[in-house]
Design a protein around this ligand. Structure first.
Ligand SMILES: Cc1cc2nc3c(=O)[nH]c(=O)nc-3n(C[C@H](O)[C@H](O)[C@H](O)COP(=O)(O)OP(=O)(O)OC[C@H]3O[C@@H](n4cnc5c(N)ncnc54)[C@H](O)[C@@H]3O)c2cc1C
Length: 390
């Protein structure tokens, strides 16, 4: 089905077997603030590396798996079947970094990250710059052989587990003053402090604190690419991550359909099983159909990125937005139906539908909210016409 090659199917099965192992730890994580016992967590992280399920997006010559985009989707899709971010051990280092990393960055950060020995976090969003990242107030000022960084970043995912941060800021001096640049910064550099760590809807071991950068000094070698490149990395990251959000939402929807169906088949209400009640059948049928449509869409976009010559970048950008918009909203609808099918059990935190209901909500917000995706799609439709996009 879906025209997958024997290699694709083998990788998919390997990822599925591993994520089945992760699923066994979900409830423990939910009951322990998202944390697993340290030895279990480390064992699972090492196993993800050993099974070749990490760095799927990095070329083999840099130590990555050199997978096709479709294969990357297949792995992340399986990861999406797991709650509590336990599948975040299927790490994908920043693919956009590899072509522009200088030797220091490659040896100190990128290669160890590919090997699973280091972890980065993204510090882009600010209090007054979320959907519109062109409005950043953080600054980077050149001072001799260093840059001085200042700003306050919001929702810095994994700051509590990472050892370095990608910091995006507006340059204050030089010919690129006013443009955005990106820096890599060790998270224990003097001047970096956690302002506070708010609680979020989901129960993840990875926190999203507000982090202040106050006169943080980094060597000029920590500038990524050229001074004017900051926004292009963000756009490349968005394209990649929006497609992978689509992949993970497919996995979530598949798991929910399976769990709903299994529950409905054994749950008797009155003289009938739930699965025999037509209103429940409607919820199952709608969920399965939307999953089928979404999967065809995600696999097609992944294939178009793998084809030579590669699809035009602007078209790819719009198609990744369509994936993010449709698949995240589809998974949200499926989770809502799943809670309904489970009834009172679906409202209990020990139930997978309840956890997905909370966890999937953010898929419609981060990496560009649904409204932002609609704005991108509509702008591209106006500019390029329907035939170029669909
Ligand atoms: C759990 C979590 C983790 C995150 N992790 C990170 C991270 O690691 N690094 C990082 O940099 N950021 C991170 N973010 C930030 C995330 O990307 C932003 O929250 C998101 O881009 C939306 O920005 P905002 O929250 O400032 O919402 P706003 O920009 O204030 O927008 C609020 C709402 O307004 C609507 N809206 C916005 N623009 C438009 C428009 N043009 N038309 C119509 N409606 C519009 C949308 O519905 C939007 O949801 C994270 C967020 C969350 C919740």
């Amino acid at each position: 089905m879906y025209g997958l090659t024997p290699e694709d199917l083998e990788l998919q099965a390997r990822a599925r077997g591993f994520t089945d192992e992760l699923i066994a730890h979900e409830q423990y994580a939910e009951e322990h603030a998202g944390e697993l016992p340290a030895d279990v967590g480390h064992r699972l992280e090492a196993r993800a590396v050993e099974l070749g399920l990490t760095a799927t997006n990095i070329p083999a010559e840099l130590g990555g798996r050199g997978c096709t985009t479709l294969q990357q989707v297949l792995v992340q899709e399986q990861g999406g079947r797991v709650t509590n971010a336990l599948a975040w051990c299927l790490t994908t280092p920043p693919g956009w970094w590899a072509p522009v990393a200088n030797e220091h960055q490659r040896e100190t950060y990128l290669v160890p990250t590919i090997e699973g020995r280091r972890e980065g976090a993204y510090a882009i969003t600010e209090e007054y710059a979320g959907s519109d990242v062109s409005d950043l107030r953080s600054t980077a000022t050149r001072d001799g052989d260093e840059y001085v960084l200042n700003g306050e970043k919001w929702h810095v995912t994994s700051f509590n587990t990472c050892d370095h941060v990608f910091f995006q800021a507006v340059l204050t001096t030089g010919i690129h003053a006013g443009e955005q640049a990106m820096f890599v910064v060790d998270s224990d550099t003097p001047g970096i402090r956690v302002v506070r760590t708010p609680a979020y809807s989901h129960t993840f071991a990875h926190h999203h604190p507000i982090v202040a950068f106050e006169d943080v000094r980094v060597p000029a070698s920590h500038l990524i690419g050229s001074e004017e490149d900051g926004m292009s990395f963000v756009y490349e990251w968005f394209r990649y991550e929006r497609l992978m959000i689509g992949a993970r939402c497919l996995g979530a929807a598949e798991r929910l359909v399976d769990e709903m169906q299994a529950f409905a088949a054994q749950r008797r209400v009155g003289s009938e099983y739930l699965v025999d009640k037509q209103l429940v059948q409607g919820m199952l049928a709608d969920s399965l159909t939307e999953l089928f449509a979404a999967r065809a869409m995600v696999y097609e976009v992944a294939r178009s990125l793998d084809r030579q010559p590669a699809v035009d970048l602007k078209i790819a950008h719009a198609q990744c937005s369509m994936v993010k918009l449709y698949v995240s909203e589809m998974a949200g609808r499926v989770a809502d139906r799943a809670v309904q099918v489970f009834g009172g059990r679906g409202y209990m935190r020990e139930n997978v539908a309840e956890r997905f209901y909370r966890e999937l909500r953010v898929e419609r917000i981060w990496e560009g909210a649904s409204e932002v995706q609609r704005a991108i799609i509509a702008a591209q439709l106006a500019k390029r016409g329907r035939a170029a996009l669909v």
